[in-house]
Ligand binder design. Structure first.
Ligand code: SF4
Length: 335
C-alpha cells in the first residue's frame, strides 16, 4: 500500500543529465553547443513507499536515462538523487553496493539482459550470491527454485539457458534475478514492450502481485500510456528531458492538462470514440535533444503555442492536490 505519510522512498531534485559527444581532440576543436545531448533537465520527482510511478513519453524523451540515474547506473550532471533519505551521489563504492541490494532494474529486452552462457539457476543464483542472500549452495539452490516458482516458472528451469525460453518466460527470469537481491525498489524499463499483447497482460499481473507480496515500490517506464495507466498510482509525463505533467493516474487519464499529455491520450484507442469529441493528435517529430528548442520545449509541436512559449520555459503549477503541469496556459502569462 502507498505510504504517503512517510518521507518518499526516492526523491530526485533538479536532476540534469548531459552527454558530451565530443571525444579527445574534438573537445578542444569543436564547440560544446550542438555536441551535447540534453537528456534530462531540471527533473524533480518523488516516489512514495509502495507506490508505482509511471513515466511516459516518446522514445528519446529521457525516461530511460531517468531510470538509470535514479539507480546511479549513470551519474547526473547536476542535481541530487535521494533513496530512503540518503544522497546516493555521496556514497562510496562499498556503501553504494550495499544499497544496490534494495534497488534493482528490469530491462526491456530480457534476452539482451541475460547472459546466454549461464543457466537460469546460475543467473538468479548469482543475484543471490552477489547480495549475500544465501550462504551455502544448497540454500542458494532452494532459494533460486522458490524464486522461479514465485514468478511462474518450474524448478526445472534452473538447468536451462535463456535461449530455451520464450520472451515472456525470459522476462520472468529477469524479474526473478531482480528479486534475488531482496529489493524494495524496482525500475521497470519498458518491461513488456518487447512482448506479445497477451503475454504483456500476464507480466503486468505478475508485477502487480509481486508488488503486493514483497511491498515493492516501482518506477515504471513506458512509451505506452495505456500500459502505464494500467499499473501506476501516479504518472509523470516527460517531453524532451523535462517533466511536463504529474498527477494521479485516474486524473491524468480523465482530465489531462498539458497539450502534450492530451496528444498522447489522443493516440490511445477508445471504446467511446464514436461519441467523444475529436482529440488533437501529435504531429511532427520530437526535436533533437542536441538542440532542444528554447522556452517551452513542446512549442514546435504545440497547437496552442503562444509567443511567450517560444521564449520562456514554463514552471510547474499545482492545479489540484498532487496534480502539477508546466504550461503557460495555466500560469496566467499566456494571453
Ligand atoms: Fe503549448 Fe505553450 Fe503550454 Fe508549451 S507552454 S505546452 S507551447 S501552450
Amino acid at each position: 500500500m502507498t505510504d504517503i505519510a512517510s518521507p518518499p522512498l526516492l526523491r530526485l531534485v533538479g536532476v540534469a543529465k548531459r552527454y558530451d559527444l565530443r571525444r579527445g581532440l574534438r573537445r578542444l576543436l569543436q564547440p560544446a553547443e550542438g555536441n551535447t545531448v540534453h537528456a534530462l533537465d531540471g527533473v524533480d520527482l518523488e516516489i512514495a513507499r509502495g507506490e508505482t510511478l509511471g513515466v511516459i513519453g516518446e522514445s528519446g524523451c529521457g525516461k530511460t536515462t531517468l531510470g538509470r540515474v535514479a539507480l546511479r547506473l549513470q551519474e547526473p550532471s547536476a542535481g541530487r538523487v535521494e533513496f530512503d533519505g540518503i544522497d546516493i551521489g555521496s556514497l562510496d563504492a562499498r556503501r553504494l553496493r550495499a544499497l544496490r541490494k534494495r534497488m534493482q532494474i528490469v530491462f526491456q529486452d530480457p534476452y539482451a539482459s541475460l547472459n546466454p552462457r549461464r543457466s537460469v539457476g546460475q543467473i538468479v543464483g548469482r543475484g543471490l550470491a552477489l547480495h549475500g542472500g544465501a550462504t551455502t549452495s544448497a540454500e542458494r539452490h532452494a532459494r533460486v527454485a522458490a524464486l522461479l516458482e514465485r514468478v511462474g516458472l518450474p524448478r526445472a528451469a534452473m538447468a536451462r539457458f535463456p535461449h530455451q525460453f520464450s520472451g515472456g518466460q525470459r522476462q520472468r527470469v529477469a524479474i526473478a534475478r531482480a528479486l534475488a537481491a531482496g529489493p524494495d525498489f524496482l525500475v521497470c524499463d519498458e518491461p513488456v514492450s518487447a512482448l506479445d499483447v497477451s503475454i504483456q497482460a500476464q507480466i503486468l499481473a505478475l508485477l502487480g502481485e509481486l508488488k503486493r507480496d514483497f511491498g515493492l515500490t516501482y518506477l515504471f517506464i513506458s512509451h505506452d500510456l495505456s500500459v502505464v495507466a494500467h499499473v501506476s498510482d501516479r504518472v509523470a509525463v516527460m517531453y524532451l528531458g523535462r517533466v511536463v505533467e504529474t498527477g494521479p493516474s485516474r486524473r491524468i487519464l480523465s482530465a489531462p492538462a498539458h497539450p502534450y499529455t492530451r496528444a498522447l491520450l489522443a493516440a490511445v484507442p477508445r471504446l467511446d470514440a464514436r461519441d467523444a469529441p475529436p482529440r488533437q493528435r501529435l504531429t511532427g517529430d520530437l526535436p533533437s535533444p542536441l538542440r532542444p528548442p528554447p522556452g517551452c520545449r513542446f512549442h514546435t509541436r504545440c497547437p496552442e503555442a503562444r509567443e511567450i512559449c517560444r521564449r520562456v520555459s514554463p514552471a510547474p503549477i499545482q492545479l489540484a492536490q498532487g496534480h502539477a503541469v508546466a504550461c503557460h496556459l495555466y500560469s496566467g502569462a499566456a494571453p
